[in-house]
Design a protein around this ligand. Structure first.
Ligand code: BGC
Ligand code: NOJ
Length: 815
C-alpha cells in the first residue's frame, strides 16, 4: 500500500451516528441527504448540492451543475469577508485555506464548521420533519481577542423548476426568470403565471443590509463562485433579476465582540398555492403560506426544537433493530449506516445522487420493490403506500412500467416496459411487507392498472398476474424469456444495436422468434414463487397454491435440465438459443446473477449443484474487493448481447463488482450453512471494512455502499463509483439482519436462523416487531448454522419461530 492510499479523510463517530470529514479535499465529494418525505436536499462535504420538492426532475428548486470543473460546483454558500480575507465555512468555493475544517454527516443532517482568523462559522443543515424547507443555522463566533466586523453574504442559485430544460432551453430560460424581494426574504417565482402554482423563497431571520438576485450582477460575467464581484468588493448590488439567472443572496453586516457568537437562521422554502389564491395583488405572489412557514422556523429556539424532533425521529427508527456483537465495524453498519442508506434509497430510488442527475430516471419498478425490503421495518405505512403506487403502474397482462415519476406516480413512457424480471419483484416487496406487519389487508386493496381509474383489481390479483406473466412467457427450454433485460439492464439479448445513438434500454426489442431465456429470472421465479405459494396457503387459497407450486416445480426441473453447466448455473440463452455464461463460451463463462438466484432458490441442492455453484463463485468471481459480475470480462462488443459488452473490462455490468448482487451469493451461502464463506464475502464489501483499508482507492463515501466497485479486470480494481443509490443497501440489510444475524420476520412470528462464521461470539439483537419488543441473545458456540434450542421468557419452545405475542420478551438461542 502506498502512502497515498493510507491517507485518511475522516472517521466514524458512532456515538453521534456521524461520519466526520476532517479534510475538505476528499477523493470525491462525500455527500449526505436531507429530508425524509417531500422536500429533499443533497449536500456535499463542502455544502455543494441542491434541493427539490418530491421530484428531482420536475421540481428542482436550486441549480446544480453535474460533472463540472471544478467538481461539485454550486450549493448553499456562505461567504465571510473579514478584512481582505474571504472564506467559506466549507472551504469551497473560495478554497481559502482554513485554520480548522470539519464536516459531520449525520442522520438527515450535516454540520459544517470552519475557522479562520479567530472566527468560527458553523452551519447546521437539515430539513425539519413535515416541513417543505431546508434550515441552515449559521453560528458565527468570535474566538479572537478583538472585535470583529464581518460582511456575510449568503448564496443560492435558483433552478427554473424543470431540471432537464433548465440545462438546455436557454432561448426561453434567459427570459423567464422572476423574483420578488420583501424584507429579508427573496422569492423565486419564475413561471408562476397560469400554469405553475408554486414558488420558493430564501429567508434569513434578521434584517439585511442588502441583497442580490441577479447572478451576473452578483458574480460578474467572467468571475466564478470563488470570487463573486459583490463579495470581493464587500458591496451588495441590490439587484433585481429579470430573466437570465436569478439567484438569492442576503448581505448582513455582523459585529462580534471577543467571545461573542450569533445565530442566523436561513430558510430555503417551497410553497404551493391553490389556483384561486395565487396572487395577493396583480403579479404579486400570495405569500401567506411562506410567512406562516417562516414564522415556524424563525428563531434559534424553534429551529433547535425542530432539530431535536428530527433526532428523536431517528432514535426511534434506529431502535427497531439494534445489534451488539462487540465488533464495532459490524455494529455501526447494522445499527446506523446500512439502515440510513436504506431510508435514502427508499426515498430516491435511483433518481438523484452525484451519479444520478435527477433527470434521467424516476422510481424503478424493480429497484423500489427491493429498496422496500430494507425499509419496511422502519415505517411500514410508507412501504404500504409504495407497494400500491408501484403496483398501479402494472399493465393488465402482468408486465410493468420499468419506471415512474415520483411527482405524478405515472409510468414513464420513454422507457416503457418489457423487463421480464419486473413482475416478480412485486411479490418480493409485498411478502416482506406482510411478514413485517402481519397486515394481510393490503392484499384486498383495489389497485388500478397503468393508473387508469376503473381498472382496479385487488393487489392479490396483481401478484397473481405477476407470477403468470413469467409462466406465460417461457422459451424453448421452459425457462423465462428475458424480454428487454432482466435484473441486468445491460444484458440486452433482443436488441441488436450497431448505432451508438440508440439507448440499449429503449431501442428495438425483438420478441418475434426470440429464444432468449434468463436463468436469473428462473431463480427469481422459484424464490418468489415459493413465497407466493406460502402466502396463498396462509390466506386459504389452497388451489392457487397448488397451481403455482406446480409451476415452481417445473421451473426447478427446467433449470436442472437446461440451466446447469457442470460447475455452475448458466446465465441465459441468447436470441438464437445459444448458451451464455457457459464453459463453452469464449468470454464471460460464468455470471453471478444466476449463481445468486439459483442458490437462493436451492435448485439442485440435493445433487450438489448449490455447493458447486458457490464454490465456482469463490474460484472465478471473487477477488480482493468482492465478487465480479462475470468472468472473464468481455474484451469486445458482442452485438447479440447488448450493453454489457460495451463497457470496458472490469467496469459496471462487464465484470465490475456489482455490490448489489454479492448479497445474493452470500444468502446462498447462508442457506447452505456456509457461515465462514458468507461472512468473508460480506466483509469484503462492508463499508466499514473498506473504510479502514481503502479510503483513497475506494474514492466514494466510505460510510455507505456504492453500486459498483471496479473489478479485478479493471485498470484500478477497488475504485468505487455510483455511491448511495443502489439496491445494495437493501440487500446488505436483508442479508445481515435476516440471514447472517438470523432474525427473520415471518407471518406468525420471528424465525431465528443465523449463519455465522465459526469465530462469532455471543451477540444480542433488540428487535421491535409489530407490538412486540424482543431482546434476543444468540450463543453460537462455534457453530456456523443450526439452532438447537430457543428459550422465550424462560420457557423452551419447539421449532425456530418465536410465536408472535405483543409485549416485551427475552429470548435465548443456543446453536
Ligand atoms: C447501466 C445500468 C443501469 C441502466 C439503466 C446502464 O447504462 O449500466 O446499471 O441499470 O443503464 O438505465
Ligand atoms: C442499476 C439499476 O437501477 C438496476 O435496476 C439494475 O438492476 C442494475 N443497474 C443492474 O443493471
Amino acid at each position: 500500500m502506498t502512502m497515498e492510499q493510507q491517507k485518511r479523510y475522516g472517521h466514524f463517530d458512532d456515538q453521534h451516528r456521524e461520519y466526520v470529514i476532517t479534510d475538505p479535499q476528499t477523493p470525491w465529494p462525500w455527500i449526505n441527504y436531507l429530508g425524509n418525505e417531500d422536500f429533499f436536499s443533497l449536500i456535499s462535504n463542502t455544502a455543494g448540492g441542491y434541493s427539490f420538492y418530491k421530484d428531482a426532475k420536475f421540481r428542482r428548486i436550486t441549480r446544480y451543475r453535474y460533472n463540472n470543473v471544478p467538481m461539485d460546483n454550486g450549493g448553499r454558500y456562505f461567504y465571510i469577508k473579514d478584512g481582505d480575507t474571504v472564506w467559506n465555512p466549507g472551504w469551497k468555493p473560495c478554497k481559502t485555506p482554513l485554520d480548522f475544517y470539519e464536516c459531520r454527516h449525520g442522520m438527515s443532517y450535516t454540520r459544517i464548521t470552519g475557522r479562520k482568523n479567530g472566527v468560527e462559522a458553523s452551519v447546521l443543515f437539515f430539513v425539519p420533519l413535515k416541513k417543505w424547507a431546508e434550515v441552515q443555522k449559521l453560528t458565527l463566533k468570535n474566538e479572537s481577542s478583538e472585535t470583529k466586523t464581518l460582511k456575510l453574504f449568503s448564496f443560492e442559485e435558483w433552478c427554473l423548476w424543470n431540471a432537464a430544460t433548465d440545462m438546455e432551453n436557454f432561448q426561453r430560460n434567459f427570459s423567464t426568470g422572476e423574483v420578488e424581494i420583501e424584507g429579508s426574504t427573496i422569492y423565486h417565482k419564475t413561471e408562476y403565471r397560469e400554469r405553475r402554482n408554486h414558488y420558493a423563497f430564501y429567508h434569513v431571520n434578521t434584517p439585511i443590509q442588502g441583497f442580490d438576485t441577479d447572478r451576473e450582477t452578483f458574480v460578474g460575467l467572467y468571475n466564478e463562485f470563488a470570487d463573486p464581484q459583490a463579495v470581493m468588493e464587500g458591496k451588495p448590488r441590490n439587484s433585481h433579476a429579470h430573466g437570465w439567472s436569478p439567484i438569492a443572496s442576503h448581505y448582513i453586516e455582523v459585529t462580534l465582540k471577543p467571545g461573542e457568537s450569533k445565530d442566523f437562521v436561513f430558510l430555503l422554502g417551497y410553497i404551493e398555492n391553490e389556483q384561486d389564491e395565487k396572487f395577493e395583488a396583480p403579479q404579486m405572489i400570495n405569500k401567506k403560506k411562506a410567512h406562516a412557514l417562516i414564522a415556524e422556523l424563525d428563531s434559534t429556539a424553534k429551529v433547535d426544537k425542530a432539530f431535536a424532533e428530527l433526532c428523536e425521529y431517528w432514535d426511534a427508527l434506529l431502535n427497531i433493530y439494534k445489534v451488539r456483537t462487540g465488533n464495532d465495524k459490524l455494529d455501526r453498519m447494522v445499527n446506523i449506516w446500512n439502515q440510513y442508506q436504506c431510508m435514502v434509497t427508499f426515498n430516491f430510488s435511483r433518481s438523484a445522487s452525484f451519479f444520478e442527475s435527477g433527470v434521467g430516471r424516476g422510481m424503478g419498478f424493480r429497484d423500489s420493490n427491493q429498496d422496500l425490503v430494507g425499509f419496511v421495518h422502519q415505517i411500514p405505512p410508507r412501504a404500504r403506500q409504495r407497494i400500491i403506487d408501484i403496483a398501479s403502474t402494472q399493465f393488465p397482462d402482468g408486465g410493468c412500467y420499468h419506471q415512474y415519476q415520483p411527482l405524478t406516480k405515472r409510468g414513464n413512457n420513454d422507457i416503457g416496459g418489457g423487463f421480464n424480471d419486473d413482475p416478480c419483484w412485486l411479490i418480493f416487496g409485498t411478502v416482506a411487507y406482510i411478514k413485517e406487519t402481519g397486515d394481510f389487508s393490503i392484499l384486498d386493496e383495489m389497485v388500478p392498472f397503468d393508473n387508469q381509474p376503473g381498472s382496479e383489481v385487488t393487489l392479490f390479483e396483481h401478484l397473481k398476474i405477476s407470477m403468470d406473466h413469467v409462466i406465460k412467457n417461457l422459451g424453448p427450454h421452459m425457462l423465462p424469456l428475458i424480454g428487454r433485460a432482466d435484473w441486468n439492464d445491460c444484458l440486452n439479448l433482443n436488441c441488436f444495436s450497431w448505432d451508438p445513438n440508440e439507448s440499449f434500454q429503449t431501442t428495438e426489442n425483438v420478441s418475434e422468434g426470440t429464444k432468449a431465456e434468463s436463468l436469473m429470472i428462473a431463480g427469481l421465479f422459484v424464490v418468489t414463487g415459493k413465497d407466493y405459494v406460502a402466502l396463498c396457503k396462509k390466506i386459504g387459497k389452497a388451489e392457487e397454491a397448488a397451481r403455482m407450486q406446480k409451476a415452481v416445480d417445473e421451473m426447478i426441473e427446467a433449470v436442472k435440465k437446461h440451466g446447469w453447466d457442470g460447475e455452475w448455473y448458466l446465465r441465459a440463452y441468447d436470441f438464437y438459443g445459444r448458451k451464455i455464461g457457459s464453459n463453452e463460451c469464449e468470454e464471460a463463462k460464468i455470471f453471478i446473477e444466476s449463481q445468486g438466484w439459483c442458490t437462493m432458490a436451492e435448485i439442485g441442492a440435493e445433487d450438489g449443484m448449490v455447493a458447486k455453484s458457490l464454490d465456482s463463485c469463490k474460484k472465478y468471481l471473487e477477488c480482493e474487493h468482492g465478487m465480479v459480475l462475470n468472468n472473464p470480462a468481455f474484451t469486445k462488443y458482442i452485438y447479440e448481447y447488448g450493453e454489457i459488452s460495451s463497457y470496458p473490462e472490469g467496469y459496471k455490468e462487464n465484470a465490475g463488482i456489482f455490490c448489489h448482487n454479492n448479497p445474493w451469493v452470500i444468502i446462498g451461502e447462508c442457506l447452505a450453512g456456509r457461515g465462514n464463506d458468507a461472512w468473508s464475502h460480506y466483509a469484503k464489501i462492508l463499508p466499514s471494512y473498506v473504510e479502514e483499508k481503502y479510503q483513497t482507492l475506494h474514492k466514494v463515501e466510505p460510510y455507505v455502499n456504492c453500486q459498483m466497485v471496479a473489478g479485478k479486470d479493471a485498470y484500478k480494481p477497488g475504485e468505487g463509483k455510483n455511491s448511495w443509490l443502489t439496491g445494495t443497501a437493501a440487500w446488505m440489510w436483508y442479508t445481515v439482519s435476516e440471514f447472517i444475524l438470523g432474525i427473520k420476520p415471518d407471518y406468525d412470528g420471528i424465525r431465528i436462523d443465523p449463519c455465522l462464521p465459526e469465530t462469532a461470539t455471543d451477540y444480542t439483537v433488540q428487535r421491535k416487531f409489530r407490538e412486540a419488543d424482543y431482546e434476543i441473545t444468540i450463543h453460537p458456540n462455534g457453530a456456523q448454522k443450526g439452532v438447537k434450542q430457543i428459550v422465550v421468557d424462560g420457557k423452551p419452545i419447539d421449532g425456530t419461530v418465536i410465536p408472535y405475542s405483543a409485549g416485551k420478551h427475552v429470548v435465548e438461542v443456543t446453536m
